[in-house]
Write a protein that binds this ligand. Structure first.
Ligand code: SAH
Ligand code: SF4
Length: 431
């Protein structure tokens, strides 16, 4: 989401004549696009801003801006503790960059705009994308789910969807610009809804665009995955058989306290349903350990679900208290030591599960989209399977952006290794 927003802002700045530079010392303007999801993300931004202060002392004309969720959430704190920050813009204020930069040429003092909008979806502002394989396209913004641990509904505001036509237009432009993979984005991507249709309708429309080799989407909420969506995913070859399905916890009491709207049993049934439509579908997840009040037994319930589903991979977090959220007011917060121990235990379980899931691919044929030279050597490519697993293959006559059938012959850590096969070899099981 933040990459997409940075590209949107980049597009605006290019219109104003700015050019992207990798040399930070020579920049006239530096924007930090920030995230507030966990305390650590905020600490990183505070440290970066301290470093930028040195640059500003050397070059007083340098403009420094803070964008995104932290700007929304902590504008007063930033302005008080870091008066050298010139511009503070919340996630719904990027359209104003043009006017703000014009104004700033003649006026001093900080400029702040953090008004959240019920309507802003940045239609008609095309992002400036770096050339590559994958184009991110934001299809909806905001979140109305109010999970008790999460700051997003407060920093990003209410749920709103872009029109189907605007999204199709942007996807077609991305194809014209040479992108072969599209990732549809939203805080709750499958809550997408317009009078024209829901997320499954949109996904089908995108799948029909000529030239798109792969489509992914993130992050869906388990509550909004329905059979229609799974049918569309199973029907179109260019929609990856891959779902990121955030579990958060395997304990029903904790799930309820998190306001996640499903039980562990319902989550497991959903996994079964996904596998019914797409037997080879890869599933990844997000998990939080040490949510307030989580007992050892409840943490073990999470391990049980994790081992049962055998996620292909997982993003695992220690609960981080976010001021203003409901869970931050719970009085039974878990101590740091316990959270750390639980996280390490979970990571160890998941490491084994990921390796096991990858080993199961050995002997099978995966379709790999060639993306770049492998770090291993210039004689090897790196590409991803439909299930989003990086795979290393020896170079032959294929090119970047080709999708090639690869016979997997090894799995190490989180990486697969294999060799390209000729399409004629039909004796293998194709995933
Ligand atoms: N909308 C998505 C998730 C967006 S945030 C969903 O509902 O699944 C990405 C992940 O960050 C979440 O899935 C959650 O696991 C994690 N996260 C959010 N708030 C957190 C917090 N306060 N502490 C720790 N992890 C958090
Ligand atoms: Fe946060 Fe996702 Fe829950 Fe929305 S659905 S509140 S973004 S975790």
């Amino acid at each position: 989401m933040n990459v997409y927003d940075s590209e949107l802002v980049g597009g605006q700045l290019e219109k104003l004549g700015y050019k992207h530079t990798k040399k930070i010392d020579s920049a006239d303007l530096i924007f930090l696009n920030t995230c507030s999801i966990r305390e650590k993300a905020e600490e990183t931004v505070h440290n970066k801003l301290e470093n930028l202060h040195y640059l500003k002392k050397r070059n007083p004309k340098l403009l420094i801006g803070v964008l995104g969720c932290m700007a929304q959430n902590l504008k007063n704190e930033i302005l008080e503790s870091k008066p050298y920050v010139d511009i503070v813009l919340g996630p719904d204020s990027y359209r104003k960059i043009f006017d703000i930069l014009q104004f700033r040429k003649t006026q001093n003092g900080s400029i702040v705009d953090t008004k959240l909008s019920k309507f802003e979806v940045y239609n008609d502002l095309f992002p400036s994308r770096h050339k590559g394989i994958n184009a991110w396209i934001s299809i909806m913004r905001g979140c109305d789910k109010f999970c008790t641990f999460c700051i997003v509904p407060f920093t990003r505001g209410r749920e709103r969807s872009r029109t189907v036509n605007e999204i199709i237009k942007e996807a077609e432009k991305a194809v014209d610009d040479g992108f072969v993979e599209i990732t549809l984005l939203g805080q709750n991507v499958n809550s997408y809804f317009t009078p024209e249709g829901d997320f499954s309708y949109l996904l089908e429309r995108v799948a029909k665009i000529k030239g798109i080799k792969r489509i992914r989407y993130t992050s869906p909420h388990p509550q909004d995955i329905n059979q229609e969506l799974l049918k569309v995913m199973a029907k179109y070859e260019n929609i990856c058989n891959y779902i990121h399905l955030p579990l958060q916890s395997g304990s029903d009491r904790i799930l309820k306290r998190m306001n996640r709207t499903y039980t562990s049993k319902e989550f497991l049934s959903l996994v079964d349903l996904i596998k019914k439509y797409m037997p080879n579908c890869s599933i990844s997840t997000d998990i939080i350990v040490g949510f307030p009040g989580e007992t050892e037994e409840e943490f073990n319930d999470t391990l049980k679900v994790v081992d049962k589903v055998q996620f292909n991979f997982a993003y695992m977090f220690k609960y981080s208290s976010r001021p203003g959220t409901k869970a931050s007011q719970y009085t039974d917060q878990i101590d740091e030591n316990t959270k750390q121990m639980r996280l390490e235990k979970l990571i160890e379980h998941q490491r084994k599960n990921s390796l096991m899931a990858n080993r199961k691919q050995i002997g099978k044929i995966e379709k790999v989209l060639i993306e770049k030279d492998s770090k291993k050597s210039e004689h090897f490519w790196s590409g991803r399977t439909e299930g989003n697993i990086w795979t290393v293959i020896k170079k032959t006559d294929e090119n970047i952006k080709d999708i090639v059938p690869v016979l997997i012959n090894d799995a190490q850590g989180v990486t697969l290794f294999g060799e390209k096969i000729k399409n004629r070899e039909e004796n293998y099981e194709i995933n």
